[in-house]
Design a binder for this molecule. Sequence first.
Ligand SMILES: [Zn+2]
Length: 122
Amino acid sequence: MQVQAQSARKRLRRELKTINAMIAIFCRDQHASLGGLCAECSALSGYAEQRLDHCIFAEDKPTCAKCPVHCYKPAAREQVRAVMRYAGPRMLYRRPLLAIFHMLEGRKEPPAHPRRKITPLG
Ligand SMILES: [Zn+2]
């Protein structure tokens, strides 16, 4: 159980790293931000982290594009969709490892019955 929770953390951390990498690419190119995210994008990044922390699928989480649960509020969903549309194809060049993990995980189907919410470690 402990091991499972840890692998769930790892899985969700990587998802967060992926979304943050995409936000960074998007922000730098679209908002001309230098050395950090603009206010809007750092708010989106914080929001994504908060949603991932509450993801009911835990280690079974599909990539967000495939997820049957739309847990983002509409405005944030629009923002994140724009980020993914722009940065998704660019990830392969800029962050190939993350992109490959993301593609592999994107092939998993979401489970019919989500596991119970994981308890955050500390
Ligand atoms: Zn930005």
